[in-house]
Design a protein around this ligand. Structure first.
Ligand code: G3P
Ligand code: CA
Length: 257
């Protein structure tokens, strides 16, 4: 983590590589996760969805249109079919041949090496996805309290609640888009019954919101930083982490060792 002065000592700020270091390599591919690891980010963020044959994979959109050379819905592909698509060339010719990785491949490669911020993406489309993620983690003994740096989050708060019931020792987070700008203390208190993080769109972050999230007992990792100025602004707001496409912006802040 980077250390920023907050006026009364130091504040640690976790550096979370959004979909991997997705400013430098095609999002949610092994190339992007590897880049984040090389850049010494604290976490990789992974968007998890499910194929037609029930396999967990890393991809953000619910269609393959933007980030591969294919078309159609993620859930209409089998794993074998979806892994034939090229998930790299849209980003740059040097990434030709990057595949959509399975969730298990990502966690087997990176567990214990870098933190994992796992997003259940559009879980309402994939009944049973919470159980599948829980099984994958439990099979590897990654659900124990001594396993640090694993967090599960979603915009679908019912899904977060379901996942927390399955994985009580793993910290969970609620993602909050701009419609949560006026979140009440009552709503924050309700979130704390199943969540440890309140992770908002950075455009709704104010000093007051950060304080209220902290008073409620949660941490706050805003998303998604794409400029140095945005990172610097959040450093001033006392946030606990920054979700960014460019991990270097989080480290560029004056570091106190
Ligand atoms: O981790 C937060 C962020 O990833 C949420 O937005 O659309 O990039 O998944 P999105
Ligand atoms: Ca995400």
């Amino acid at each position: 983590p980077a250390f920023a002065s907050n006026g009364s000592g130091t504040q640690t700020v976790d550096n979370i590589a959004h979909r991997g270091a997705s400013g430098h390599a095609p999002e949610n591919t092994m190339a992007a996760f590897e880049k984040a690891f090389e850049m010494k980010a604290d976490y990789i963020e992974i968007d998890v969805q499910m194929t037609k044959d029930g396999e967990l994979i890393a991809i953000h959109d619910t269609t393959v249109n933007r980030t591969t050379n294919g078309t159609g819905s993620v859930g209409d592909y089998t794993l074998e079919e979806i892994q034939q698509l090229d998930a790299g060339s849209w980003f740059g010719q040097e990434f030709v041949g990057e595949q959509i990785p399975t969730f298990e491949e990502v966690i087997d490669t990176y567990r214990g090496k870098i933190g994992l911020l796992i997003e259940l993406k559009s879980p309402e489309l994939y009944p049973g996805v919470e159980e599948k993620v829980a099984e994958a983690l439990m099979e590897r003994n990654m659900h124990k309290p001594n396993n640090k740096k694993i967090i599960i989050q979603s915009f679908n708060h019912a899904s977060v609640q379901q996942s927390k019931a399955l994985l009580q020792n793993i910290p969970h987070g609620v993602l909050a888009g701009t419609s949560w700008a006026n979140v009440t203390d009552e709503q924050l208190a309700q979130f704390t019954t199943f969540a440890d993080f309140f992770n908002p769109n950075m455009s709704i972050v104010t000093d007051e919101l950060v304080d209220r999230v902290h008073i409620a007992g949660m941490k706050i990792y805003p998303y998604t930083v794409r400029t140095q100025e945005q990172a610097n602004n959040l450093f001033e707001r006392n946030v606990d982490g920054i979700i960014t496409d460019f991990p270097e912006y989080v480290y560029r802040h004056p570091v106190k060792n």
